[in-house]
Design a protein around this ligand. Structure first.
Ligand code: FE
Length: 207
């Protein structure tokens, strides 16, 4: 019997190695009849082309222009998202955290990479890396600074640990000077990183 080092033996070191593992797993799942190649192609296409942070951005823009929708979003994110036709796998239970002048929220999955797929799409690689998962809790201000955001010293930073049961995402503050923007214009300001909480939406030039 060969020995198996759980760290050395199981962590892929390169993109090529990861791709090879994915191919191998896909082949086994297809061979065992657990999933069809059509289903895999469909899922990849949906998450590449249709589901992504633009959906979360639309929901945030709606919350910024419609205070009643915002209340529903903060009270029950999963059903408020459903009102806008957004929901599904990996987003069965979602909680939206509101940033204010005094509180800034940041989301991490310290255990693995739990993430609200229907609203944000698939997580960026850095969200899955051990460095982010460890540092987001130990040094959130340091992490945010690397993303270009420096909250004031009096702002309380709250860290939220997503899990397979409960996935968090952030309602950023509306940038100052955008009160006359349309909902569509507002949605364009909302970035993926601001929905995770590592940064905030940029203030558009000239406002
Ligand atoms: Fe996870």
């Amino acid at each position: 019997m060969t020995s198996h080092n759980p760290v050395e033996g199981s962590v892929p070191r390169s993109n090529e190695e990861i791709a090879a593992r994915v191919k191998a797993m896909e082949a086994i799942l297809v061979e065992k009849g657990l999933i069809s190649t059509d289903a895999i192609d469909y899922m990849s296409s949906v998450y590449e082309k249709e589901v992504g942070p633009q959906l979360g951005a639309k929901i945030v823009a709606r919350a910024w222009v419609d205070p009643e929708f915002k209340q529903r979003l903060l009270a029950d994110a999963t059903s408020a998202c459903k009102e806008m036709g957004v929901g599904g796998m990996q987003g069965e239970e979602m909680i939206v955290l509101e940033n204010t002048d005094t509180v800034h929220n940041i989301v991490v999955c310290t255990l693995c990479s739990c993430y609200p797929w229907p609203v944000l799409g698939l997580p960026p690689n850095w969200y899955k890396y051990p460095a982010y998962r460890a540092r987001a809790t130990r040094d959130p201000r340091g992490v945010m600074a690397e993303f270009g955001y420096v909250p004031g010293p009096d702002v309380e930073i709250r860290i939220w640990d997503s899990s397979a049961e409960l996935r968090y995402w952030v309602l950023p503050q509306q940038p100052a000077g955008t009160e006359n923007f349309t909902e569509e214009q507002l949605a364009e300001l909302v970035t993926r990183d601001s929905l995770i909480g590592v940064s905030v939406p940029p203030t558009p030039a000239g406002v």
